[in-house]
Design a protein around this ligand. Sequence first.
Ligand code: KIV
Ligand code: ZN
Length: 513
Amino acid sequence: MKQHLVIFDTTLRDGEQSPGASMTKEEKIRVARQLEKMRVDVIEAGFAAASPGDFDAIQAIAQTIKDSTVCSLARASENDIRRSGEAIRPAKSGRIHTFIATSPIHMEKKLRMSPDQVVEQAIKAIGWAREYTDDIEFSAEDAGRSELDFLCRIFEAVIKAGATTINVPDTVGYNIPFQYAETMRQLIERVPNSDKVVWSVHCHNDLGLAVSNSLAAVLAGARQVECTINGLGERAGNASLEEIVMAVRTRADVFPVETRIDATQIVPASKLVSQITGYPVQPNKAVVGANAFAHESGIHQDGVLKHRETYEIMRAQDVGWTQNKLVLGKHSGRNAFKTRLQELGIELDSDEALNAAFARFKELADRKHEIFDEDLHALVSDEVVTPDQEHYKLLYSHVCSETGEMPHAKVILSVGGVEHKGEADGGGPVDATFKAIESIVASGAELLLYSVNAITTGTDAQGEVTTRLSKAGRIVNGNGADTDIVIASARSYLNALNRLHSSLDKVKAQGDV
Ligand code: KIV
Ligand code: ZN
């Protein structure tokens, strides 16, 4: 009889801590809905005390999600815990996740607290959390570099105080699988009442071992894994959800556990998170990379054609890969468009957003005969920019590029509803277009990344462009897609400028600059 492995997704919290991956409330709700559809057990929706925006997003997710527990992170302080408690109040099932550092280096240099004070604070934190919920998770931050005896002591104390999940994070990705598994085994053996709580792992990928460490800990008795879609997360990221879920499922002969995840929702979730955050998925990424099921060598292709299992240990369709299917064409109507979006799990919040997306679809269908699911995802992610984020809007773009001449671009933008014209020369058509935009906006932002990906095959494929900008310590990503990559680039650049504009506005409103 298999035991249940709790899948705790922290894409919206630890994942969002990746530079430039910050999401708007609407984007977070879309991701949360997809996680619920995938049947994730716990969604860590954010860090309520971090900002009013984080609080609002957690509260909105708590109101929306019914089939997953909604969790908020909190430091072991009264204010953090009360903010988390308020944010998760509307949830059908809500959890508070509180943490305090336990390694000698963190206690001494960061917290400047003695081990006794840390234990005392942790017990108080559980007490405050209990005023809001019985579902309380306690994390010993930097447990991976903490002393085992001290971990035993603090875990015994918080279990006695009412914690129901005990998380053992490898915060800096320092552990090696056999060693981390041994820590987990010892903790479960030595901590009194360890059988009354769920033991959890949270591994970072600094040495590329986050998934291996998590799985080793599962074999040693952990029954919750904290992970993120596409392995997004602080620095080198967290353990990737898709790899954990598919390892446990594919090697059911090794793992005494099962998850309740609907694996066919994995690829749609991966694409959604990648589009929203602007973090592309590397082609050779396990499970969700474009090449994960592609066979290049003749020997492999021959083997797979004769018998799929010669070279494939999972089926592409089991994790949600679909054939590039022709789904709609230029004669498709609004209803067919809406129905296909629903089948893809894409819900547009208003009729206005649907109409705008449909208009863009018609425009695309005129230029591109075959519209695939991937095109619809890109098109809709462009449309999900809410009107208040559209301070800068592209009205017109023209670029002249010929052999031996300097490319020249002209653009017309709407800036806060007022039309402005700009033009510039550049090293290439994209460079000229960005300079023409800057001649109007004068953002002063630094371009950190510019990347183009073909969404489907063929020379009429849409190019999906990601632009990363930095200004005043803020890093944002912008996306844009179009069959014309100069227009896709301009959209992506303006999308990033709009995010910068609204995030700087929010910061001003919060008064922290
Ligand atoms: O990496 C870490 O230690 C964390 C904790 C807050 C769980 O993210
Ligand atoms: Zn973390």
